[in-house]
Design a protein around this ligand. Structure first.
Ligand code: SF4
Ligand code: SF4
Ligand code: SF4
Length: 332
């Protein structure tokens, strides 16, 4: 008797492909996944095309892992098509969860981005230059850029999230196993992470020290074993969901927050700024008015040369959309 396996799809929209690499990094565990699931649509790994997906019955895919942000009309079309064909749609990786690194582009309008690209690489972009010098790129339909980068859940219903840039393979495997179980966790659960922060898993010692100001990470050689933030390096571990095992601080690099903001209801940039502000203690004279205190804190944080990239490198789309609303209480 042949037992049919539930179908799984993996697809990328505005993505670097690193999340697919994380899937391949499951190594021999892929054999178990192949036993339990039928990979029915994954253009990165299988010769499967959009027409194959369109031919599938609605709801015939048990689980789709969708990685990447929504940047173009084509991204949105594919996300909607996968939603239609899938019983569960999972935002896989930080680009799908919060817009990821591509959402840093929300600093500029789509028109400004196109104009910059066309001005600097006009020879490489098909299009027409008008008499007034303006360039109109010819982009394949339906690819015109959306006005901004979106996290998947902003435009398409999402059932679960697996965070990380990319998700750690072991946690990804845990999450895939959870998706194959019955009963499933409550809809909206963030899988493959913990309900604690990266700091909770970090082996570096906290000494209850608050530096007077932050420093550029290239400006000092941090003391081995001591919390990087307490040495003045902008490490985002306290504001970031745990799950990676504090990978970066363990190898002497500050956490940049790729597992997303710990508080699901917070506006990411505000949560990170608040955490960094609480970590420093500038020398404040007494008495001091509010304006003086603000200026001293501004100076203490001024070593952050790239504020947006430091404070919300991975979930910038949520600064515009608000928090995720996903419960932090039921993480798988
Ligand atoms: S989350 Fe990271 S690894 Fe995955 S697609 Fe986005 S940038 Fe690439
Ligand atoms: S702030 Fe960074 S270095 Fe310090 S304990 Fe947290 S994760 Fe570790
Ligand atoms: S330490 Fe931070 S940046 Fe590094 S993998 Fe973990 S969550 Fe991501």
């Amino acid at each position: 008797m042949t037992v049919s396996r539930p179908a799984m799809a993996i697809y990328w929209t505005g993505s670097c492909g690193g999340c697919e690499v994380a899937f391949l990094n499951l190594d021999e565990a892929l054999l178990g996944i192949g036993r339990d699931w039928e990979l029915s649509f994954c253009p990165c790994l299988l010769d499967t095309k959009r027409a194959d997906l369109e031919a599938m019955a609605d709801g015939s895919i048990a689980v789709t892992l969708l990685n990447g942000c929504l940047r173009s009309g084509e991204n949105l079309e594919m996300a909607r098509l996968l939603r239609l064909k899938s019983r569960l749609l999972v935002a896989f990786g930080s680009c799908a969860d919060g817009g990821g690194v591509p959402a840093l582009a929300n600093e500029a309008s789509a028109a400004q981005l196109l104009s910059r690209i066309c001005d600097t690489a006009a020879d490489a972009v098909p299009g027409q230059r008008g008499d007034d010098g303006t360039f109109s790129p010819e982009l394949p339909a339906p690819s015109p850029l959306l006005p901004r980068v979106h996290a998947v859940a902003e435009l398409v219903d999402v059932d679960y999230v697996i965070p990380g840039c990319p998700p750690e393979p072991d946690r990804l495997l845990d999450a895939i196993r959870t998706l194959g179980m019955s009963p499933l966790p409550p809809r909206g659960t963030v899988l493959g992470c913990t309900s604690r922060s990266v700091c909770d898993d970090c082996p570096r010692e906290k000494r209850n020290h608050r530096p007077q100001r932050l420093v550029r990470s290239c400006a000092i050689i941090p003391e081995e074993g001591w919390c990087l933030l307490e040495q003045g390096i902008a490490c985002m571990g306290m504001a970031t969901r745990g799950g990676c095992g504090a990978l970066c601080p363990t190898v002497h690099a500050p956490c940049t927050g790729c597992y997303g903001t710990l508080d699901p209801d917070a506006v990411p940039v505000a949560a990170s700024l608040s955490a960094l502000s609480a970590a420093v203690l500038p020398d404040i004279p007494h008495p001091a008015d509010d304006r003086t205190v603000r200026e001293l804190y501004r100076a203490a944080l001024s070593a952050v040369a790239d504020p947006l990239g430091t404070l919300c490198r991975y979930d910038g789309a949520r600064n515009l959309a608000g928090g995720t609303g996903q419960s932090g209480a039921d993480r798988g």
